[in-house]
Write a protein that binds this ligand. Structure first.
Ligand SMILES: NC(=O)c1ccc[n+]([C@@H]2O[C@H](COP(=O)([O-])OP(=O)(O)OC[C@H]3O[C@@H](n4cnc5c(N)ncnc54)[C@H](O)[C@@H]3O)[C@@H](O)[C@H]2O)c1
Length: 355
């Protein structure tokens, strides 16, 4: 049986390896086009993914958009070309999955929200952390009332070093060091988007954000926007924070980025800990609940970070096939971008930003 949804991947850089997993495995989808400015890279990826017979490999994203056998495009590009790529794909009437952040500035995001308002095809802004199985488990526990109403969320994001991490090409690091390409710092704005999405998924939109962001230079010259502390205030006397630390000699067990995230959510009667993300620090159970004077450990949960990509993509394919809004629409993603931008603005202006 021929898969009904033809997929084109635009940008076959570092993260594309995790985006293709579900499109390859899902019987409803078939990858029919790969595009990268570096067309040799796209060819290498085709081989690595077992897609040597893919119909189209090109360095021109418009060739993907104009291909009538490609129904859905997955846009995995540096942030400053997200808007141009999304508008090009819309012009061609494609189903769209656009990696976060939707755009590099709020002005661009406003233009995209307006364009998508009149668009009658599915449009998802890709976010995977909210699909990470331990996060899904924590959300289920909260929905069951395990900790009562959540009052506070603390997110600790820790960059370190790893002997097993994947290779991040220099080209993928270079555009992240240029704010006019990335829109903000690599940890607070770019990776931070995921942490703000987590905070949003558990607590909703914040009403105020305050931050301190400092810089540390890694041995190879890459500048981290860390240490950083971002505090949030949510409506209804609820609070949260994101603490980002770079510890150059902290060993992180990972096959992805040398980074890990831990989350603590406090409610009226209990606490939930999510003990991992990109990587692992030791062998803690992925989720722990404290309630009624005792701890319950939830260990039987998949913890590979790739699961978050697989489940995010599967959710979108299901919605394309059966209807329903993606978890992150352009309007929702605009709120998260505003959250991240407020952290940058607060640090620049040295004051609390009220949203
Ligand atoms: N969800 C996550 O956890 C996660 C993790 C990493 C990256 N990302 C996001 O994924 C996107 C890509 O990041 P990456 O780390 O893979 O970067 P990358 O630099 O490795 O990949 C981007 C690719 O786009 C190609 N490219 C650039 N301009 C192009 C153009 N005009 N036409 C065609 N190809 C072009 C580059 O050659 C490169 O191969 C970004 O939006 C980033 O924020 C998300």
């Amino acid at each position: 049986m021929m898969a009904s949804i033809g997929v084109g991947i635009v940008g076959t850089g570092r993260i594309s390896d995790l985006h293709v997993l579900e499109y390859i495995a899902n019987p409803a989808t078939e990858i029919r086009g790969l595009c990268d400015r570096n067309v040799d890279l796209a060819r290498q990826k085709a081989l690595a993914w077992g897609l040597q017979d893919v119909k189209l490999i090109t360095d021109d994203m418009d060739a993907i958009f104009s291909d009538s056998e490609i129904d859905l495009v997955e846009i995995l590009l540096p942030h400053d070309i997200h808007l141009r790529a999304a508008l090009g794909a819309m012009e061609a009437g494609k189903i769209i999955s656009l990696q976060k952040p939707m755009c590099s500035t709020l002005e661009e995001a406003d233009a995209l929200v307006e364009a998508v308002d009149g668009y009658d095809r599915p449009f998802k802004v890709f976010e995977n952390f909210i699909f990470y199985p331990p996060v899904i488990k924590a959300r289920e526990l909260i929905e069951q009332g395990a900790i009562g109403k959540p009052i506070s969320i603390r997110i600790k994001s820790h960059a370190g070093y790893s002997e097993t991490e994947w290779e991040v090409p220099k080209s993928a690091q270079d555009w992240r060091q240029r704010v006019e390409r990335s829109g903000g710092g690599p940890l607070v704005f770019d990776d931070g988007h995921h942490k703000f999405a987590l905070a949003w998924s558990f607590m909703g939109n914040p009403e105020a954000v305050h931050s301190f962001i400092r810089e540390t230079t890694r041995e190879d010259g890459f500048v981290f926007d860390a240490p950083a502390m971002v505090s949030f205030l949510f409506p209804g006397n609820r609070v949260g924070n994101l603490e980002i630390v770079y510890s150059p000699e902290l060993l992180i067990n990972t096959v992805y980025y040398a980074q890990d995230d831990r989350v603590e959510i406090s409610g009226e009667k209990g606490i939930i800990w999510i003990n991992g993300g990109h990587g692992k620090l030791g062998d803690s159970p992925p989720v722990i609940l404290y309630e009624g004077g005792r701890f319950t450990e939830y260990s039987n949960i998949p913890t590979g970070w790739e699961q978050s990509f697989i489940l995010s993509t599967r959710d979108f394919i299901n919605k394309v096939c059966n209807g329903g809004d993606p978890v992150l629409t352009t309007r929702g993603a605009r709120e998260i971008l505003r959250f991240a931008s407020a952290a940058e603005q607060s640090n620049r202006e040295g004051k609390t930003i009220y949203l």
